[in-house]
Design a protein around this ligand. Sequence first.
Ligand SMILES: [Zn+2]
Length: 1032
Amino acid sequence: MLRRIRCSNAAPQALGRALDNSSGRRNIKSLTVEHELHKVEPKAKMPQVIADPGYKYKEGMVYHGFQCERIEHNSDFGLVSCSLRHIGTGTEFWYIDRNDTNNVFSINFRTPPVDSTGVFHVLEHLALCGSKTFPVRDPFFKMLNRSVATNMNALTGADLTVYIFSSRNEVDFRNIQRIYLDSVFRPNLLYLDFLQEGWRLEHKDLHNRNSELMIKGIVYNEMKGTFSENSRVFRKSLMGNLLPKLAYRNVAGGDPPEIPNLTHAALIEFHRKYYHPSNARIFCYGSFDLMQTLSFVNREYLMHNDFKDTYYSRIPLHPRWSQPRHVHIPCRMNNMGASIDRQNQIGVALLMCDRIDVQECFELNVLTELLIRGPNAAFFKGLIEPNFSGGFNKNTGYYFTSRDTYFAVGLQDLRAEDFAKFNELFQQTVQKTIQEGFEPQHIESVLHKLELSVKHQSADVGSVLLYNSMTLWNHGGDVVANLRVSEMIGKLRNSLKENKNYFQEKVAKYFLNNPHKLTVTMTPDELYDENLKRAERQLIVKKVKDLNADDLEAVFQNGIKLEASQKAKENTDVLPCLSLKDVQQPLKFPQVTDQLIQDVPTQLCKVPTNEITYLNCLFNITGLSPEDAMLVPLFCNVIKNIGTIKHSFREFDKLVLSRSAGFDFKVKVVEDVKDGKSYRTGLLMTTYALDKNVPNMFALCDELLLNFRLEDTDRLKMLIESYVSKLSLGIAFSGHLYAMLGSAALVSDAAKLKSLLSGVDHIDFMKKYVQQNSTEQIRDRLRNIGSKAFSKSNMRVAINSSEAFQPTALEHYENFLKNLPTLENMSVKRELQLFEPSCRHYVMNIPVNYCAKSFFAVPYLHEDHPVLRVLAKLVSARYLMPVVREQNGAYGTGARIGYDGLFNFYSYRDPHSTKTLDVFDKTYEWLLAINEKLNQQMLFEAKLGVLQLVDWPTAPGEIGLDYFILGVSYEEYCKYRSRVLSVTVDDLRTVIEKYFKEEPNHIGKFILGPRREELDGNQRLCKYILNVTKYF
Ligand SMILES: [Zn+2]
C-alpha cells in the first residue's frame, strides 16, 4: 500500500460527505467589526449543550497561552469538543476529547492558490524535506520506519493544506508531533530539495553536458500522472470555470505546463506568509493528555510569534452569474474504455450555498442523495435509465471543497450527438421533480442511512471527523454545530413536516431558477498526448533559450549536486525513534468463538458495536466452473440492484436502506496460509443494521439470497453496461495495485484468477464477453451462479454484536438459516499451480509507468514469512526509496510480501520501466553490499514498519474477520507479531541467501504503461518469452 498518496484535491467522499455540513451563517459585515475589536477571526457562538460542569477544562480559562472559548458535549459521537485560541497569535486549536486510543493530530493552513504553479503543493512536499531541529531529507518517509503511526499524510486541497497523522502509542504521538510542527513552522526549504520535489531542468544523462535537457521533479511528474485521468481533467475544468473569479480557477496541485514558472524565492515567500501561526488551525483528537500538547506548541512555536491579520487568505463568496455558461474541452483517448465515438462526457454544475451554512449544506446533501443515489433517485431515472451512456461520471455529487458549495451531475461514455439529449433530460427531470416531489419512504431511507452512519464506527473516527469539517473550519464555520447530526436531522424532519413542498422548493431555487450553472462537455482528441508532448518540448526550448552559459553550467552542476546529495549518507540519529519496550505488547482483541449452528460454521464476536449488528456470510464457490467464476464480480454488482420476486428493484432499494446499511458482495480468492499449496474462492456478503432492525435485516437476506430475480433484462442490460463502463476508471490512480496483480498473475494460478477477477485482465475479459454474449445468455449464467452458491452447506458466517444483544441476534439468525436450502457441497479447495517465469507489458495510453515484479516465497504462517516481511520494509526504505523515487523520479515505490506468500516489488507513477525492473533485479547485489552494515537500528526500523501494518486499527464491525476469511487466529497473530520483533540480523542474512541469491523458480514481471517500440514483442523486457494470458 502506498502510505502517502497526496491528493491535490482533498474531497471527503461518499458516506463521509453525508456528515460534512455546516451552519451558523455569519453576517460578513459584523465579521469585519468583530475583527477590528478582537484582531482575530471570530467564531460563531451557537446555543449549545454545555458539558458536564465537573469537566476538567472550563470555558474562559487559559491553558498554556490558549484561551478555552467553548466546550460542548456531543452525544452523537460520544465526545467533548473544546475550542481554544492562542492569545498571542490567534491560532485556533480544536480539541476533541474522546475515549479512543487512535489519537489524531493535524495542522491546517488556509492556502488559496494565486496561480497554477502548484506552489502550495510543492511547499507541502518541501516542508517535509527537513527542518531546523530535524535537518534530515524527507523525515516524513524516514519516520514511517521509526514509528507505529496509523496514518501519516499531507495533502493540498483547493484552498487548504493539511498535515495529519494518527497513532495509538503516546511516545510515538509526541515524536511525530514534534516533527510535524517543526516541519511546518521551521522548514529548511533548501534549493536542492526544491529542484528535487518541485521541478528542474536536467540533462537526460546527468553526466553528459551534451545530452538533451528535460523537465524533472516529483510534483511535476505527480501532476502529469494526476491529469492522465480524464475525470481529473474534467474536474479541473468544472471547478475552474464555475468559480472563475476566485482562487479555484487555479490548479492547487499545479498544472504541469505552469509548474516550471515557480521559483524557489516565491516558494519561500509563500511559506512566510501562509504558514504563519495566525493562518494555522490545529486539530487534536483522542485520549492523550491535551496539556502536554498545548504547553509544547505554545513554548516552542507560538509564544514568540505575533498576531498577523490573515485577510489575505480569506475567500469570499463568488458573485452570482445572470446567465448559464458552457465550456468544451478535449481529453485523452482511453484505449481501455468504450469505442472512441462513445468516449465523451458531459456534466452540469450548479452553485449552491455558502459552505459555512451548516444546516443548509446538510439538507442539500440529503437532497443530493435523493436526486442521485440508487434506482429511486430522480436523476437516475431521468438520465441513466434511458440508457444512452455509461452511467454517471466521476464528477457527480455535492461538493464541499470550495467556499461556495456546488452540485454536479454528469454522464460518461456517451456520443457527442447525445449532449443535447442530456440537457433536455436534465431540464425535464428538474421540472418533473418539482411537480411530483419525493416519496416519504424514499426520504426516510436516506435519513436512516445517515443515522446509521453516525452509529457505525470506522477504525479512524478522529480523521473522519476532521475530514468532514476541515473545509468548513477553513472558512471560519462552526465545526461544533457540524457534529450535531441528530439535531440537524431533527430540524430537517420538522421542516418537512411543516412544509410538504420543502424539498421541491429547494429544487426550484437551486436547480431551476439558478443562472449560476455551468455545462462542461469533453471529447477525446487523438492528438491530445501529442499536443501535450509538443507543448512540453516548446516549454523546454523556451526555458533553455533564456539561459546564458553560466545558467547552463548551473543546470549541469545542480544535476550532479542533486545526485550527490541523494546518494549522501544522512545522519538520521536526530530523528526520534520508539524503543522495543514501547511496542512489546500485542493489541488485545475481544475473543471470537466458533459454533456449529444448524451445521453452519458460525463465528461470534462480542464487541461494543454502538447498537449495531454486523453480518458476514462467506459462500464457498471454489467448485464453480472457470466460466462461471469469471462472472462472479459482475454477479456481485448486479444481485443487490436487480430486485426480488416480492419487490421490484426500486422497492427493494428503499426497503434495504430504511432497515440496513445495504448489501455488499465481494469475491475473495484466498490461498492457504499454512502450506501455500491450495486456495479457495469465496463470495462474501456483508451487511449491518441497528439492533432494532436485525429481524428485518435477516428477512432481507432471505429475500435477496433466495428470491433474487433477473427477469428484467432491460434493467440487467443497463447494469451490465454501466459495470463495464466503470471498469477502467481509477487504473491510473491505483496503477501499482493493477501492476502487482499483473505480475503476480504470472506466478500462480490463484493470483492469475485474482487478476482475471479484478485486474486489467478482468477489464479485457468483460469487454469481450459482453460483446460476444446476449443479455439473456449472461442472465442465465448469473442465475446459475446464485443457485449454486447460496446454500447452507457452502456457507460460513461471522456475526459481531454487543454482548447484550448477541442472544437476540442469534435467535433471528437461526430463523434465517431455517429458510436457506442445503445443496451439494462444492469442492472445498483447489491445488495451487505455479508457472514458469515470464513478463508482460500491458500497453495503456498514460504518460507514466507502473512496474511490478513478483515471486513466490512462503505462505503467511511459515516461519520465514515475518523475516521476509521485515526484509521487504528494509529494502523499501533503504534501497527502493532512495533509488527509484529520489534518484529516478518515480512518485512511489516499495516491496512487500502478502498473505499469499508472493513477494512483490512495485513502482508508482514512474517515468521509467525497464530501468526500474533492473533495479528490482539488483536487490541481491544491494543486499550483499550492505551485508556488513546491517545493524540493530536498521533492523528495528524495518520491524516498526511491519508492526504498523500488523497492528493496523480495526473497526468493531471488522474484528475477527482476518480469522474468518484467512484463517489466522488471535494466537497465530500474537505469535507472528512476536516473531517479527525477534528477527535478528542473522535471520535476515539467512533469508537473503535462501530467497534472493538465485533467481526464483516462479517469477513474473509486469509493466503497465505507454507503448514503447523497444518493448514491442518484449525482446527488451526480459529474456523470457511473453506468457500470453488465456481465459482458461
Ligand atoms: Zn504531492
